[in-house]
Every structure is written in C-alpha cells, then in structure tokens.
Design a protein around this ligand. Sequence first.
Ligand code: MN
Length: 132
Amino acid sequence: MATGRRVLVAEDNDANYVLVQAVLRKLGCEVLRATTGEEAIAAATSGLPDLVYMDIQLPPPNGLEVTRRLRSNQTTRDIPIVALTAQAMVGDQEGALAAGCDAYLTKPVSMQLLEETTERFLNKPGRENSGS
Ligand code: MN
C-alpha cells in the first residue's frame, strides 16, 4: 500500500485524471492535480510529492520541459517522475526519458499498470538513502 504518500498528477485531460486519481485514492495516496506545466512546477515545488505522473502533452510548458526544470531544481530533482505519453506522438517516450523521467506509461493506461507502477515507485528507497 501507499497510504499517506503524496502524488502529483499533471494532466489536463479530465477523463485521464479521473482514472489516475481513482487508482491513487484506492491505494491511500493524497492526490494533487495540476492542469498546466506552470501549475505542475508550482505544485511540485510547494507540495514536494513522493511521485509525479506527468502528461507530456500539457499546456505550457509541456511535460518534457516541466521535467527538465524539476530535475534542475535542488528540492525536486530526486522526485520520481512517470511520464504519461500518447501513443500517437512519435518520440514522446524517448523524449520523456531524455528529459529525466524515470519511466513512461502509454495512454490509455490500465488501472492495473497504474497500481503496479505506483507501488513500485513509492515502495522503493529514495535515491538519497540508497547508498547507505
Ligand atoms: Mn494532455
């Protein structure tokens, strides 16, 4: 379970957001939402989530740019980011990893895959602790 963990969902599409939110709530997570890149940067910086789901096709700045900015900020650089990529957008997946995302899921995403991915990232030790 992931009870009490905070997850930011940067997703402008309501239907996609509702699906991700349902899975996170079921797991006991606190859910933050952003609908634009600017909101995502602000929410990640102030909320310091344990995990971010990042839509790549996001109102500006897009998910790739948001990821790059979070990776270059001392306070957000170690937060795991899982990209949500649209199958039709060639290059999204490679771009997501190059920008610093830890993984990507192709939309439409199944609830089971979201659950597995969430638990995988929330249950593994943070990078700060992994060397001790
Ligand atoms: Mn979108």
